[in-house]
Design a protein around this ligand. Structure first.
Ligand SMILES: *Cc1c(COP(=O)(O)O)cnc(C)c1O
Ligand SMILES: [Zn+2]
Length: 559
């Protein structure tokens, strides 16, 4: 493999040895790997076809001399999933989820760990130190176990206990430090210096940043199989697709740093036509990068005391990464955004209920950011968006779910008897947990997808009996038959439209008082708005409402 390190401060070039951590010319610790992209642009396309879809598919673009398959846990090659339901709900059909939960340690940190451990093993290192907000320690622990490297994992005491136990299970030496993540990093660094141990250097660690590029490569290949090759260029070679946006929750910011380098290399090799806009999302209680960028600062304002439950993202001092990321975001026309913990937890529910994806709160931060950027018009309805869903499906913390998330069934006990509870007993117990009659809702819409979206949202909450009607005439029949508690009504339908349905309903004593929520894709004229006035409970703009807001609305009508 031919690659060389180039110092980003003085340009000096030198071969890579993990133990040499600074530039011999100027002492800078910020160096980048450079490859012979010219040659690779010719050789790689031919070689890729026969390779498995995993991280090592692109090994010529990683800072490893010889790939060692014996260390692999199957890292990389995670699915790219189209988020059809989110797309429908948000009016932005091309949303894709890069599902990094499906890596061997359930976060994209396993890419960093796999490449770093391979590099360290090559260099003969047998013991090392990492500081982590949780997921780095888990990933490095798993790969350290395989590589036979002893790992000292320093974590903040806020890391959830399940994650700590996982770290310990891999045989790492776990050190809990009470204090912020930045002080954990200092403690780890002191410890490493004292014992002369190799320490992971975050964004200055070349294999870590380089490993993140593979996310970009994979997205380009996967998006091409969804969208077909990009033929917008005039030359004949097939081009890979890149999304308009790549969105990720950021802490230290290594992810987007590496992913953007990956996209840049693809462009330089002529495999793609553009770099995506990069969007980084932080938790509002610890958002030094977002806040500093919004203020247009050259250097970041450090957050000393992070105020967020989302400990995975609690890097208060982004250091030099801020400047590097700021340049990337500005060059690509991207954005930084912050979201509150509450917005993140809501997004976590939406993602689980709409797409069947359960991820840790840190991953939900990226989705809450997506929602915000779409609503603000920063991301356009026609844009193709890839959201990195990295992070464990850890058992949700109590504060995420609230109190009423299960129904309890208490089966009656038969005195002194080992017999099972008879069937009548079970039925009697069950009758207490679900009401006799659920509230009835009729969904009227001529498009199947739209009906399904509303149905899915209502069902995620549970307590409704749902009827559907495909047009105005059918709607009137179903309403007269079922006497629903609520009607969700589309306006534009063939034959009898929503206005006609409303007129009919309101002119009949039996149906005039049934509440109606209008959901429409139409921009209403002033006259049409007049016509709806006093007739309906609320108006939803299709493609611009969140599932939980809609449910809140429904619950104000049927408690
Ligand atoms: C590490 C991590 C992040 C932040 O990644 P950086 O690119 O290093 O800022 C986001 N989400 C999860 C789940 C993580 O583990
Ligand atoms: Zn230098």
């Amino acid at each position: 493999m031919s690659f060389i390190l180039r110092c980003i401060d003085c340009g000096h070039k030198a071969p890579y040895f993990p133990t040499v951590i600074d530039c011999s010319q100027c002492g800078s610790q910020w160096r980048e790997a450079e490859y012979d992209l010219e040659t690779l642009s010719k050789t790689l396309p031919l070689q890729l076809t026969d390779r498995p879809f995993d991280l090592w598919r692109y090994h010529e673009l990683l800072p490893i001399r010889t790939a060692d398959p014996s260390l692999s846990l199957g890292e990389g090659g995670t699915p790219l999933i189209q988020a059809n339901n989110l797309g429908l709900m948000l009016g932005c059909p091309n949303i894709f989820i890069k599902d990094e939960r499906q890596g061997p340690t359930a976060s994209f940190k396993d890419r960093q760990a796999a490449v770093s451990m391979a590099a360290l093993k090559e260099a003969g290192i047998t013991e090392m130190v990492v500081a982590s907000t949780g997921n780095v320690a888990i990933a490095y622990s798993a790969y350290a176990a395989r590589a036979g490297i002893k790992l000292w994992a320093f974590v903040t005491s806020l890391v959830p206990a399940v994650k700590m136990r996982e770290i310990a299970l891999y045989g790492s030496q776990l050190i809990k430090v009470s204090g912020s993540y930045d002080s954990v990093k200092r403690a780890a660094s002191e410890f490493a210096k004292q014992r002369n141990l190799y320490q992971n250097m975050g964004a200055r660690s070349v294999p870590s940043v380089e490993s993140m590029k593979t996310i970009g490569y994979e997205i380009a290949e996967q998006l091409t199989s969804y969208l077909g090759s990009d033929t917008s260029a005039d030359d004949k070679s097939p081009r890979w697709q890149t999304p308009d946006w790549y969105i990720q929750a950021i802490s230290g910011g290594m992810g987007p740093l590496g992913v953007d380098k990956g996209f840049s290399e693809l462009e330089k090799m002529g495999f793609t036509n553009k770099r995506p806009a990069i969007a980084g999302v932080q938790a509002a209680g610890c958002a030094p990068i977002v806040n500093s960028w919004k203020k247009g600062l050259e250097n970041p304002e450090v957050v000393d005391v992070p105020r967020t439950h989302i400990e995975t993202l609690a890097t208060g001092d982004p250091g030099r990464t801020y400047k590097l990321l700021r340049k990337i975001v500005d060059d690509t026309g991207g954005a930084f955004e912050s979201v509150t913990d509450e917005e993140a937890f809501r997004a976590m529910h939406v993602l689980a209920k709409m797409e069947g994806i359960s991820a840790e709160p840190a991953a939900a931060v990226a989705f809450a950011g997506l929602f915000k950027l779409i609503r603000a018009g920063v991301i356009k309805p026609t844009d193709t968006v890839v959201v990195n869903c990295t992070g464990h499906t850890v058992p949700p913390e109590k504060f995420v779910l609230g109190d009423d998330w299960a129904r309890n069934v208490v089966l009656p006990k038969e005195e002194d008897s080992k017999e099972e509870t008879p069937k009548e007993g079970i039925l009697a117990a069950l009758s207490h947990v679900v009401p006799e009659r659920f509230s009835r809702v009729v969904i009227v819409d001529d498009t199947t997808e739209a009906r399904l979206l509303i149905r899915r949202i209502l069902q995620s909450q549970g307590d409704f009996t749902i009827y559907e009607a495909k047009n105005g005439k059918e709607a009137l029949r179903v309403v007269r038959r079922e006497k629903p508690d609520l009607i969700i009504l589309d306006l534009m339908m063939p034959e009898l439209d929503g206005f006609g349905v409303l007129d009919e309903l309101k002119s009949n004593a039996e149906t005039e008082s049934i509440p109606v929520i209008v959901s429409t894709a139409k921009e209403l004229t002033k006259k049409e708005k007049e016509r709806l006035k006093g007739q309906i409970q609320s108006l939803l703009q299709k493609g611009d409402f969140m599932s939980d807001e809609f449910l809140d609305e429904v619950h104000t009508i049927i408690p």
